[in-house]
Design a protein around this ligand. Structure first.
Ligand SMILES: Nc1ncnc2c1ncn2[C@@H]1O[C@H](COP(=O)(O)OP(=O)(O)OP(=O)(O)O)[C@@H](O)[C@H]1O
Ligand SMILES: [Mg+2]
Length: 400
């Protein structure tokens, strides 16, 4: 048994220095030349640590209002999602994640308001005669004013609608992490695949985030969000399979062979799309639909009212769209490896949480004809923290 495990580890190890970590491999060529075998040994040790981390349990919590940002003392994973930003660190026998809402709310400037905000430990950014209230605090304000929070990101990428979106996103990241203890500490952050259904590209989004994280003193490396799902969940399958992260703004899909992303793309539709389409269909605000969806949606039982009917319809629509696109992309790709064994599909992200989602996915999968055989469909252990865990696993493997 131990032997088998070791063999598996070695398999995965060999593949880690392939394009999956290209940027890091390119970033340190001198190290190998100068230190020769020693740096190779170090790299292998890091990869062992990363594989061990992928088998650890995640302990998660939400950032508390007024709580200070952490100073990381080791590699960091960062899931920068449309709805949430999740930071992860490897601590002893578990991986710890801390989550912040990726949202803000503005109130006009006044000295009085400033005093009240400070006294109540509310995190804010002061700009252009306004206070930008950040993260979970923003949600409380929006509820009090009976309106919605605003977002720094839309459909998985920096929002083009918000002038201060970048500064606010940076300030929200600052509520989770400070500059690291060690200069050039590795930080892996999640990056969507190129959107298949829009004119957007991830290049601008990636560059802005990388520049900012590097300026904080990190060595920032992006990891595809679908691949992060695989790094977090498929260590026992040699990191081979299809990882699908279905979040608020988008769905990210990655086919990985031995940890190497072979095909990856994103659909700019996710939970927000379901909320707004259902809302428009039944004449209710999207926020109300979101509350119903998160609170009580059960896709296994017949819908009991108009909202549930519409939720069912748009869940079916999203999953069909995703699988039809996956079929088309895989069938037209010349990169699909010949894999002897059927491969698993693993699902993560908040949109996979309703009861019956896995069954809906299995049913829809039967209607498409993928050019690779699928062994089984799995839900990630902790769907809201999977991307952050996968980013953490990658960060550990990249440590110098
Ligand atoms: N119990 C639940 N049932 C259904 N949907 C849920 C549930 N909990 C959260 N969600 C939905 O999950 C989405 C948020 O998921 P997640 O935090 O994974 O997204 P994200 O990573 O921030 O976004 P993205 O990856 O798309 O940029 C929201 O649309 C939210 O409504
Ligand atoms: Mg996500």
């Amino acid at each position: 048994m131990a032997q088998l495990k070791k063999k598996k580890k070695n398999n995965a190890m060999n593949r880690f220095s392939t394009p999956a970590t290209q940027s890091a491999t390119q970033a340190s060529p001198e190290k190998e030349d100068n230190e020769g075998g020693q740096s190779m040994t170090q790299e292998m040790e890091n990869i062992e640590t990363a594989i061990e981390a992928s088998q650890k349990v995640v302990v998660s919590r939400e950032k508390e209002i007024g709580e200070e940002a952490e100073k990381p003392t080791g590699p960091v994973g960062l899931d920068i999602g449309t709805s949430h930003i999740v930071m992860s660190q490897n601590k002893g026998k578990t991986i710890h994640t801390v989550k912040q809402l990726n949202a803000f709310f503005t109130v006009p400037y006044s000295k009085f308001t400033k005093k009240i905000l400070i006294e109540n430990d509310i995190t804010f950014l002061e700009k252009h005669n306004q206070f930008y209230i950040l993260g979970y605090s923003a949600e409380n304000f929006a509820n009090m004013f009976n309106t919605n929070t605003r977002r720094t990101m839309e459909k998985g990428l920096l929002s083009s609608k918000e002038d201060e979106g970048i500064n606010v996103l940076q300030a929200i990241i600052d509520t989770l992490i400070t500059r690291p203890d060690k200069t050039n500490e590795v930080l892996c952050f999640s990056l969507p695949g190129e959107p298949i259904d829009g004119l957007n590209s991830v290049i601008y989004h990636e560059s802005i985030l990388k520049m900012y994280l590097n300026s904080l003193g990190y060595r920032a490396i992006s990891i595809n969000e679908g691949l992060a799902t695989i790094m977090a969940e498929l260590s026992n399958d040699n990191f081979t399979g299809i990882g699908i992260s279905m979040g608020g703004g988008m769905c990210n899909i990655c086919l990985s062979y031995l940890s190497v992303p072979v095909v990856s793309f994103s659909l700019q539709k996710g939970g927000d799309y379901i909320d707004s389409m259902v809302g428009a269909s039944v004449g209710e605000p999207a926020t109300k639909i979101k509350t119903i969806k998160e609170g009580s949606l059960n896709l296994t039982r017949p819908p009991k009212d108009r909202v549930e009917t519409a939720l069912d319809i748009y869940y079916v629509d999203l999953v069909s769209n995703l699988l039809n696109t996956l079929e088309k992309i895989m069938k037209t790709s010349d990169k699909i490896p010949k894999i002897a064994k059927p491969i698993p599909i693993v699902l993560s992200g908040g949109t996979v949480l309703p009861t019956g989602f896995k069954e809906l996915f299995e049913k829809t999968l039967k209607k498409v004809d993928l050019p690779l055989e699928i062994s089984d469909i799995r839900l990630a252990e902790d769907p809201l923290n999977t991307t952050a865990k996968g980013a953490m696993v990658m960060a550990l493997s990249e440590e110098i």
